[in-house]
Design a protein around this ligand. Sequence first.
Ligand SMILES: [Zn+2]
Ligand SMILES: [Zn+2]
Length: 181
Amino acid sequence: MLDTRELGRRAGSQTEVSRTVPAPADLGIEVLSVPEGAPVELDLRLEAVMEGVLVTGEASAELVGECVRCLDEIRDDLAVNFQELFVYDDSRDYHPGSEEEDETNVVQDDLIDLERVLRDAVVLALPFQPLCREDCPGLCPECGVRLADDPDHAHEAAIDPRWAALAQLDKDSTADGSGED
Ligand SMILES: [Zn+2]
Ligand SMILES: [Zn+2]
């Protein structure tokens, strides 16, 4: 919540605000988010305009998540910019009762609630499928080992069980000691 009283309502007046707030719950997406309560740094410029307060800001915080391919933990720095107009509560009576009303950000009792704006900006900035690194090879589909840890990892081509015994015999007879099971 931001207090706009200091700003006043004279169009053109501006004020800058820097503050650190605890992250609200679910700031992000399921696989990548700012942990609840973690510090979010806000640098904001509030500008009084005719119909309300224009908020321009930058938020930065630390993200924690999980690579969608290898499930490794991801830690990343988040920085998002946003700009949003908050309309004075007493000047938004042109669509009384319409559903659009809920979409409008409002200056209520001189206060601005940035949470939804922040949440939208963060969600938009996040990758849909976060990866620990761009070329993360993921997990072996056969045994689940992280391929990044073991890039030369390989399995024999899937063998029909009826042939497995035979293949084992073959392997034993040609074992040269370099392979490990
Ligand atoms: Zn990964
Ligand atoms: Zn494997």
